[in-house]
Design a protein around this ligand. Structure first.
Ligand SMILES: [Zn+2]
Length: 406
């Protein structure tokens, strides 16, 4: 394909931009007038075709597209919205340097109206956040938070900056500022900040401060299993095992997702003769809730080496009978070279005698499986996090086993 001359390229891009803008604002309407509207939320209401058109341009020739758009901006004040859209597009594609160039270019214009300057500052702050330049992002979010119409958005992003810097006290301060303008996230987020602070206090041996912070967390949300878990750790450290057991039981009952991580510890704390009673209590509770909870409990108990427990026998059988993956595992082991269907008269569900063998197999599979997955972004891992390391959502982790067959 012959190289396009710069003039042809510029004309083509200009035509495309005009076409895209006309398509965005509707044929037959005065799109220049539409560009002049100054309602705050308009940048978020772009037509999908418009973004698809921009995406095509930046995919094909990202640097040339950027140069041309920046020249258009110099020549025509009515292309502001295109620049905001293009900047946002580059950022979403991870091309943060280009996004920064666009927004800095906008800010360098002496004729930029104050509301457009504020919008560009907010966009640039998001670029810095995406680029990991947290100090710069913090400064700009703080500046933009002084603008009433952008305050909630700037503060919420600032909260995210402090979360990433593990500055929990500052994150909590911003949370309270958001509360005052009715724009705060759920109270559990504040309770997690307080729990993070309590965890740090515990690390430096300041148990009284930690308890005070956890009381505050419980004032935000009750019940709050994370606070019960941390108070259990404090009690255990101070030798009050009875209280530690009580609090840990409370935590796993309120948050079954903790079962896999905490059940072995709970079993370590209680006397051996009380273990079957505890399992019976947990099985009864799980059965009264749903099938997924019984499965979580069974997996946690097998991970903890309780596959031979008489209390669990029926539960393991139930879980295996109801789970297609586990039934496949069992069949592969019971009938190597073919399924039960290929053996005339073969049992299709495991007999009680098979249960212990199945528990051993599950134990081996769990030892190498990823046990948790973020319900927001799909991040999977072997450790439990209250705060997803990938998408920064709170309490988004679910118990999950990626079992590799064969
Ligand atoms: Zn996530």
């Amino acid at each position: 394909m012959p190289e396009l001359s710069p003039l042809t390229w510029a004309v083509g891009i200009t035509a495309l931009v005009v076409g895209i803008l006309a398509g965005h604002f509707g044929w037959g309407r005065n799109w220049l007038a539409a560009l002049g509207r100054r309602n705050a939320g308009r940048f978020t209401k772009l037509h999908p075709d418009y973004l698809a058109g921009l995406d095509y341009v930046v995919t094909e020739q990202p640097d040339r597209a950027l140069d041309t758009f920046l020249k258009l901006l110099d020549a025509n004040a009515d292309t502001l919205e295109t620049h905001f859209a293009l900047g946002s597009l580059y950022r979403r594609r991870g091309e943060v340097e280009r996004a920064i160039r666009i927004h800095q270019n906008l800010l360098a214009r002496k004729t930029l109206a104050p509301e457009h300057r504020e919008q560009a500052l907010l966009a640039l702050a998001h670029d810095y956040l995406r680029a990991g330049l947290l100090d710069r992002a913090e400064g700009l979010f703080l500046e933009v938070s002084q603008v009433p119409r952008l305050r909630a958005r700037a503060l919420d992003s600032l909260r995210g900056v402090y979360e990433r810097q593990l500055e929990w006290e500052q994150a909590l301060g911003v949370y309270h500022q958001l509360s005052r303008i009715d724009a705060a996230p759920p109270p559990s987020v504040a309770a997690h900040y307080l729990s993070e602070m309590a965890g740090l206090a515990m690390e430096r041996g300041a148990n009284d401060a930690a308890r005070r912070l956890l009381r505050e967390a419980r004032r935000e949300v009750t019940p709050f299993p994370r606070a019960a878990l941390l108070r259990s750790r404090i009690a255990e450290g101070e030798g009050d095992i009875a209280l530690a057991i009580k609090l840990l039981r409370t935590a796993v009952r309120a948050a079954p997702v903790l079962m896999q991580e905490e059940l072995p510890h709970l079993l370590d704390l209680i006397a051996p003769q009380e273990r079957e009673a505890l399992l019976r209590e947990l099985v009864t509770l799980a059965q009264s809730r749903d099938r997924a909870e019984l499965k979580r409990l069974v997996f946690a108990a097998i991970s903890a080496g309780l596959g031979a427990s008489p209390t669990l026998r029926v539960s393991i059988e139930t879980v295996v009978a109801q789970d297609p993956t586990l039934r496949t595992v069992w069949r592969l082991k019971a009938f190597p070279g073919g399924g039960a269907g290929s053996v005339p008269g073969a049992r299709d569900v495991p007999s009680p005698g098979d249960i212990e063998q199945i528990a051993t197999e599950i134990h081996a599979l769990l030892a190498s499986a990823e046990k948790y997955r973020c319900g927001e972004c799909g991040f999977a891992g072997r450790s439990f996090y209250w705060h997803c390391p990938a998408c920064h959502a709170w309490e988004s982790f679910e118990a999950f086993a990626i079992v590799k067959l064969g």
